[in-house]
Design a protein around this ligand. Structure first.
Ligand code: FAD
Length: 341
């Protein structure tokens, strides 16, 4: 069989990192990224990009932990390299605070992030409305820089990048041997997945360079995440809401909530409002499928539905998707050698 031709649909953090992993694990493959939108117009561009995992109810915890660990290890190496600034990857320390002590004091990812510990009484004095807290150091991906860095890596590896809206995965069968679906919330229409739904998130990106530590309320709704240039203030989680228009009332509410955690934010300037739709599901869809029409087959690998945690696990799920592409190639090679006999 000639060099397998692989199309990756989607150019968010999942599509770009999956294309890169496929090229790394299968250097003989010819990989093309097809997407209707690129940075800065994807959901991934809106995200804060913090490595604090979201829990997927439909996936065993040891698998989620493995995805997170692989992502953390990969980005930690970048953060310690000369690429860190261009890639927008940096370490950030801070606090997750709770109004009531959580049932699970030790989250499953506590030994993956750095220096995880309970907050001291002295630290908790900063948060008079909270009675328990966790301090740790994690990583943050600033977007768009991280997506642009991934795109640059893809081009340097010889991967083609092309603007195209795919109406149906089958339309790619005559041009590609394998298709990888990384369409985020677009997968609902692309493959008719009714288990996939949007969770709308509105955030503010502000100029407040004195804020150096992250602060996250344990309910996950209010957060302050400092990036290299701007601080992300959040947020909202609105299930089944498809609106991409910023809501001024929500903007004020987010700002007030964040100021009650960090009063100095009243002095923040240049407030920009962003909205994104988290591609949410009980579990990430990460599996093989074979489409077939009239005896013609098209192997597909799905990798979408990362919800509120796409940045936290993207490298781990990309590696698994690349492994599944390897299985598809082996199956294609097996059937083409059987056909020659
Ligand atoms: P996307 O970024 O949406 O990319 C999908 C791609 O597919 C796009 O390029 C799109 O154009 C393309 N596409 C779709 N349909 C088609 C089609 N038919 N044909 C061609 N192309 C198509 N996660 C974290 O881990 N940490 C955080 O701190 C964090 N903060 C967040 C804050 C907010 C406000 C939001 C909204 C999300 C946040 N997330 C966070 C979640 C994270 O953003 C998502 O999990 C992640 O971006 C999903 O990436 P994706 O590549 O699957 O989707």
């Amino acid at each position: 069989m000639a060099a397998p031709k692989v199309a990756v649909v989607g150019a968010g953090v999942v599509g770009l990192s999956t294309a890169l992993c496929i090229a790394e694990t299968c250097p003989s493959c010819s990989v093309t990224v097809l997407s209707d939108q690129f940075s800065p117009n994807t959901t991934s561009d809106v995200a804060a990009g913090m490595l604090i995992p979201h829990t997927y109810p439909g996936i065993p915890i040891h698998v989620q932990k493995q995805w997170f660990k692989e992502t953390f290890t990969y980005l930690f190496a970048i953060s310690n390299s000369a690429e860190a600034s261009e890639a927008g990857i940096h370490l950030v320390s801070g606090w997750q605070v709770f109004k009531n002590t959580p049932k699970e004091e030790l989250p499953f990812w506590s030994d993956v992030v750095l220096g995880f510990r309970s907050m001291s009484e002295a630290e908790l004095q900063k948060f008079p409305q909270h009675q328990f807290g966790q301090a740790f150091t994690t990583l943050k991906c600033d977007c768009p820089p991280y997506l642009l860095w991934l795109e640059k890596r893809l081009k340097a590896t010889g991967i083609q990048i092309s603007t195209r809206k795919v109406a149906d995965l089958w339309e790619l069968h005559s041009e590609y041997n394998i298709v990888v679906n990384c369409a985020g919330i677009g997968a609902q229409q692309l493959v008719g997945d009714e288990k996939l739904f949007p969770v709308r998130g509105q955030v503010l990106k502000v100029h407040a360079p004195w804020v150096k530590n992250f602060i996250r309320d344990g309910d996950g709704l209010t957060y302050i995440y400092p990036g290299i240039h701007r601080v992300t203030l959040g947020g909202t989680r609105e299930k089944e809401n498809w609106s991409l228009s910023p809501d001024p009332g929500t903007t004020k509410d987010i700002f007030d909530r964040c100021c009650s955690l960090e009063p100095s934010l009243r002095g923040a300037q240049d407030i920009k409002v962003k909205v994104g739709l988290r591609p949410s599901r009980q579990s990430v869809r990460l599996e093989r499928e074979v489409l077939s029409q009239g005896g013609v087959k098209l192997p597909v690998v799905h990798n979408y539905g990362h919800g509120a945690g796409g940045f936290s696990v993207h490298r781990g799920t990309a590696k698994e998707a690349a492994r599944l592409v390897g299985e598809c190639i082996a199956a294609l090679q097996g059937s083409s050698s059987r056909a020659r006999l």
